[in-house]
Design a protein around this ligand. Structure first.
Ligand code: CA
Length: 522
């Protein structure tokens, strides 16, 4: 761990920026003189902005080489530039965007990197070997959880190659307008999560019986890949239905779930890890509890790692619509084809309309903690968030809940909410999750390893047994973005292989699956 920075330091993101952020732990007091001669007029907290020059009222305040706001009054050089001094810019229109204009130099392929994974019948690769029990409706959650505890206590010790048993609990399934057009989102999300590569193609359902989301609607014939000769002709769905008249008493339901679980455990237990190329990684990146360092340290390191993964032929998804909306021009210009750019615009327009229905816009995103961490508004937050996508061309777009079908860099449209974004990236098929945080969050998922990256050394020190990577060393000046990016890449291969566990796995910390349901509730 690094000691706090001794001399006063600010960090500028671009030569044309007229504000910078203070890097020192604890911030800096008024009167502090920087090596360049700039003197602070106010106390400026860590991660907050200082004016590098006099800013006239109405002039653009620039960070990341874009206007993150307009000065509401004259701001002398050396002042603390906080959100109350800024007028937020309007959102970019979606009709005159640059389409596939950037043609980056092709990057050299990255070859020779492998990990030890579980190869599935459909060609995908798992990083964990987990029995997942799908539920059609929330009503069965208690019974399933009771059964899962018994499976863990009584069965799992007999199947040592199986990592875990996870109930896919959620709030959907009944009491919802299931024929509304937008109901397609939660339904396909739940279906595709059940098919996540970490579950080995072993799908079992627990159903109540009277719910709107019937098992056949959730898993229509042909959904589940042919796993082996036992399923040459679409084997019947494995469903335990609690209202089945055969069940007399609660224990009959529980025993039925245990009996079915054991069939799947036996097959999962026979699987072995094999050496596969790094191109089999399907990585979902997101951030949460962001601060002004997110866009300076952790997210640029993740962006560098994203480029490494794309060069290795892997799949990377970045998401969080409200956090990239203000950089849509940077994304449409990086699209490989006009069709990809148009798909991105379609997703943004859909989300604009979704927010408008609730009488808000993308500015509803920022949290009190974001602002305390120095992020004045969603424009500044977006510029720091978008760098997780690196510099590679964007070759695909997914609507919420869809399954990923191609390699390279994909924009997977999801809300920025940590749990909903993670849930949708699980549905897309991620087998590795990377999560950056500045304020600190103990986020985790039971279904896939989550590597957490701290944006500041202070957080990494205090949360030493929760954070997996410290990108704060970039601000401290002891490590480069490239070094931390490579560290993350290597750690991914180790975690994917099961050689290392993340802290969230170590402590068994995980958050709930939260389905994105834009359709009405009844
Ligand atoms: Ca998030």
């Amino acid at each position: 761990m690094q000691a706090a920075i001794a001399s006063p330091l600010y960090i500028t993101m671009h030569a044309s920026d007229n504000v910078a952020i203070v890097a020192n732990d604890g911030g800096l007091p008024a009167g502090t003189v920087f090596p360049c001669g700039l003197t602070l007029r106010d106390h400026v907290p860590q991660g907050h902005k200082v004016a590098l020059q006099d800013l006239a009222q109405g002039s653009a305040v620039r960070r990341y080489n874009v206007p993150i706001g307009y000065a509401l009054k004259d701001i002398p050089a050396g002042s603390w530039v906080h959100e109350r001094l800024l007028q937020m810019p309007d959102a970019l229109g979606l009709d005159k965007l640059p389409i596939a204009t950037v043609k980056p130099e092709p990057m050299a392929p990255l070859e020779g990197y492998t990990f030890e994974g579980y190869r599935n019948a459909d060609g995908s690769v798992g990083t964990r070997n987990i029995l997942a029990i799908t539920q059609t409706v929330q009503c069965v959650a208690g019974v399933t959880e009771f059964a899962v505890q018994r499976i863990k206590d009584e069965l799992l010790p007999r199947y040592p190659n199986v990592d875990d048993v996870v109930a896919l609990e959620h709030g959907y399934g009944c009491g919802v307008a299931i024929d509304a057009p937008d109901a397609v989102v939660p339904i396909r999300t739940l279906r595709n999560i059940s098919l996540n590569p970490n579950f080995g193609g072993e799908v079992m359902l627990v159903s109540l019986g009277c719910e709107k989301l019937q098992p056949e609607r959730l898993m229509p014939p042909g959904t589940i890949a042919v796993i082996d000769e036992r399923q040459t002709q679409d084997a019947a769905l494995d469903v335990v239905c609690l209202q089945d008249e055969a069940h007399v008493g609660f224990m009959s339901m529980v025993e039925s779930i245990l009996r079915q679980a054991e069939v799947h455990l036996k097959r999962l237990n026979a699987r072995r890890r094999e050496t596969v190329p790094a191109s089999e990684l399907v990585v979902g990146v997101q951030c949460g509890g962001s601060d002004a360092f997110s866009g300076v340290t952790a997210n640029p390191a993740v962006g560098f790692c994203t480029d490494l993964l794309v060069r290795a032929g892997a799949s990377v998804m970045f998401s969080e619509t409200t956090e990239v909306r203000d950089g849509i021009d940077q994304l449409t210009s990086r699209a490989t084809t006009p069709q990809v750019a148009e798909a991105m615009i379609r997703e943004m327009a859909w989300y604009d309309a979704y927010l408008q229905r609730g009488s808000v816009d993308r500015s509803a995103n920022t949290s009190p903690g974001n602002k305390k961490g120095g992020l004045s508004n969603i424009v500044e937050k977006a510029m720091g968030s978008i760098v997780k996508s690196g510099t590679s061309p964007i070759s695909g777009v997914l609507a919420p809940g869809e399954k990923l079908r191609q390699r390279g860099l994909t924009y997977a449209a999801t809300p920025a909410s940590d749990f909903i974004c993670g849930t949708l990236q699980l549905a897309a098929g991620m087998n590795m999750h990377v999560f950056t945080t500045g304020r600190g969050t103990p986020y985790g998922l039971a279904q896939v390893p989550v590597i957490k990256v701290a944006t500041r050394s202070d957080l990494a020190r205090r949360w030493h047994d929760l954070m997996d990577v410290n990108a704060g060393t970039i601000a401290d000046g002891t490590h480069s973005i490239e070094q931390v990016g490579w560290e993350l890449f290597q750690l991914m291969l180790d975690v994917a292989s099961g050689r290392k566990k993340t802290w969230a796995e170590h402590w068994k910390l995980h958050n709930a699956l939260v389905l994105f349901n834009p359709a009405p509730i009844t």
